[in-house]
Design a protein around this ligand. Sequence first.
Ligand code: AMP
Length: 392
Amino acid sequence: MSFTNLGLSEDAVHSAQRLRYLEPTPIQAQAIPVIVSGQDLIGSAQTGTGKTAAFVLPIVSKLQHHRHTRCLILEPTRELAAQVREACDDFTAFTNLRTSLLHGGVKYEGQERELRQRPDIVIATPGRLLDHLEKRAVRLDQIEVLVLDEADRMLDMGFMPDVRRIINQCATERQTLLFSATIPPRLADLIGWAMKTPLTIEIGRRSNPAETVQQALYPVAMTQKDELLLALLDRTNYESVIIFSRTKVGADIIGNALQAKGHKVEVIHSDRSQGARTKALELFRGGEVEVLVATDIAARGLDIEGVSHVINYDVPENPEDYVHRIGRTGRANRTGDALTIFTAPEQQSVTAIEYLINKPIPRVKLDNFNYTYTTLLQDTAADGRRTRRRRR
Ligand code: AMP
């Protein structure tokens, strides 16, 4: 299978080749011909499957030459929107198409300037787009392709009323593409209302974390969580690690504690300014900082390359967040480790995760760690080797 027989324009094929995409991923092979044909599409796929290129490449092929705003891509978070913009810029490199990125946390002027250029593709988060729509800085009545990306996340984050208001302003004669890791029943209503006889393709169910991620649970008494986190970091031969915390305050506390122990750390969560978040991601991506502490916003589809380890400082209450979190590692068939610190009150959440992924996660006891007693430690094997990085 190659990119040349999917119905893409020469420019689009060229841009994929320039990025050294040798062959389409399964979602690209299935979605691209459908999108090129003009049919509405529901793509149920995990992030990391090449989903962005699956919709951007055919959109670029269809738009061809610069005119006016004809494509709107809605994203739940600023980081995702920025990432999709980067992908659009890569794929429009050989065209005269213009893109614009609209999200909150930054000034309006730069965005208004971009909008005056009548961008062909607008990538936006719902709130800021509505602000621009109210100011009449952008119009959606000539939208030919509408993309609702990470739709289940937009639903979880309470964006559905905003999304509906936005769709109401889009041209009714359009193609609508919806991508979502899961299709919860509440999305069905939106699908029925906003889409025309969509075709559904499903690639890699959400409940199957990448096969290449090795998972382990580390039971410990509540009072020893910090100590265990430090021990895990010390004994883990990581290249780069994301530590997830359920709360923003928790993320800050972990960040400070690690810094005090001499680790180079950045923290990202939604109370940090856009500038601070962007800088943190840049330092982490560039390898200047090896440890990133994050709340779940960072797990929502961020494509950070080469994360060797994910450590969950706490067990996520929502089992799908677990799959999102550990999906940061083991991407594109590379190996990765996901370590989860686990205390007795979190037993129910662990059961829910194991039910979702349909397999037990091994309980592991760290060798030579001075454990205080917790009932969870019964029947847990000591296996410090697990934390060591496997060779690629
Ligand atoms: P996504 O699921 O869109 O977040 O993409 C995950 C990663 O896969 C990104 O780093 C893409 O650049 C990369 N990627 C997408 N399509 C291909 C392909 N056909 N071949 C190789 N890498 C790809």
